[in-house]
Structure formats: C-alpha cells, structure tokens
Design a binder for this molecule. Structure first.
Ligand SMILES: [Zn+2]
Ligand SMILES: [Zn+2]
Length: 222
C-alpha cells in the first residue's frame, strides 16, 4: 500500500510500505477514505521530535472496515468509522475512568501512558495517511457512523481530533450559556473552540489572530 513516510526533517514522501493487516484478534482493518494533516504533524515533520525515520504519519482518520479480527463484536465489515487519534484499550484503569488518552495497555513504555497513530513517543503504531490502517482494540476505538457517512465525511473526519480538541477547551474553561469567550489563535483547533463556544450558547465569541485568512474563517462561524 502507499503511505506518507517521514524521511527526515522537512522531508516526506508517498511510498510503498507493507500492507496494514490484522495482527491480533481484537484488530479492525480500515480502508482510509479521509485523513487530515494536523498541526502536531508539523512538530514531527520539522524535526522537533524523536520521530523515527521511515515511520508513517496520520492520526486523524476515517474509512470503511474491510476486515475484522475474530475477537471483534461491535464492528462489522462495511461499517464506516471514524477513529479518535488516541488508541485505547477501553478496559485499563485509566480508560475506565474516561482518560483514554492515558491508556496503560496500548503504550508499550511501562513508565508512559497513552498511544496514537503515527506519532512520536506514542507507541509504534503506523499512521493513517495511507491506504489502509490497522486499528487495535477495534470495538473500543471505532466510532460507527450512520447512512450519511460518505456524504458528510469531510465533517465526520473532524471528530478524529480537531473538533473534540476544540470542544474540550470549552469544557475545561467551563463555558456556559451567556458567557463572553476569547480564543487566542484561529488555527483549526481555535476555530473549533469558537464553534463549540457558540454551540454552548456563548453570547459573544472573540477570536484573536494576526492572519486575515484565518479570521475570515472565524467570521464564517459567526
Ligand atoms: Zn491531530
Ligand atoms: Zn486503556
């Protein structure tokens, strides 16, 4: 299959890599139909991390299930799914408390916690900027979508990271109806925080940035 491979700082290319495949009974194999480039991909792309040369990028993924391991219950072949960027088991102490970003099962480093696809320091998992992706613990990690999954995939793919990340900022800030909210930075996460603040009923949302193109997008949100 083809995938986006890290060659070194500021150097990536689309190359042939071994096909993703089912490796454990709890795995799901997904044919990627949409994937994003994240701002945090740039940390690795620009050589600011210890991301290993030869690894593949892509932690914001959605697609169609094409194969399941024989221990998978909830997910079926043909399902359209979006995958959170964190890979979690669903049954460890942290996952049970809802802290799936600190899963203790999927991070191989015993003093660490948390895993992600194609990410420095977050386990050995290949990324989804590729034709196929192996999803460990598929029952825990696949969000199954409805009939409009294909038509609205450019929206749904945002559920992999950017939208919930922006929404989480408004959770942590305790935004309630009637609030005035100021958001610094109108990148994708900032824009999704602005959208989330309006969803939560903020009466006024300010977005601060020095780039006119980003501010124009913020204006579209209202
Ligand atoms: Zn991301
Ligand atoms: Zn876990």
């Amino acid at each position: 299959m083809k995938a986006v491979v890290y060659k070194g700082p500021n150097d990536v290319s689309v190359e042939d890599v071994p096909d993703a495949k089912i490796e454990r009974p709890t795995d799901v194999l997904v044919r990627i139909t949409a994937t994003n480039i994240c701002g945090s991909d740039l940390h690795m792309y620009e050589g600011r991390t210890d991301f290993e040369v030869g690894r593949t990028f892509g932690h914001e993924n959605m697609g169609e299930v094409i194969e399941i391991g024989n221990g998978v219950d909830a997910v079926k072949i043909g399902d359209r799914v979006v995958l959170p960027f964190n890979i979690s088991c669903g049954f460890c102490k942290n996952c049970e408390r809802g802290f799936t970003n600190y899963c203790m099962t999927t991070q191989p480093d015993p003093v660490g916690a948390g895993a992600a696809y194609g990410f420095a320091g977050m386990g050995p998992y290949p990324g989804g900027q590729a034709q196929m992706l192996r999803v460990p613990y598929g029952d825990s990690n696949c969000l199954r979508l409805g009939d409009d999954a294909v038509e609205k995939q450019n929206d749904y793919v945002m559920l992999s990271d950017i939208f919930p990340t922006g929404y989480h900022a408004t959770e942590m800030a305790g935004v309630i109806p009637g609030d005035t909210v100021v958001i610094y930075g109108a990148g994708p996460v900032g824009l999704m925080a602005a959208l989330s603040a309006t969803i939560k009923g903020a009466s006024k949302v300010w977005v601060v940035d020095r780039r006119p193109d980003r501010l124009a997008l913020a204006e579209q949100i209202g």
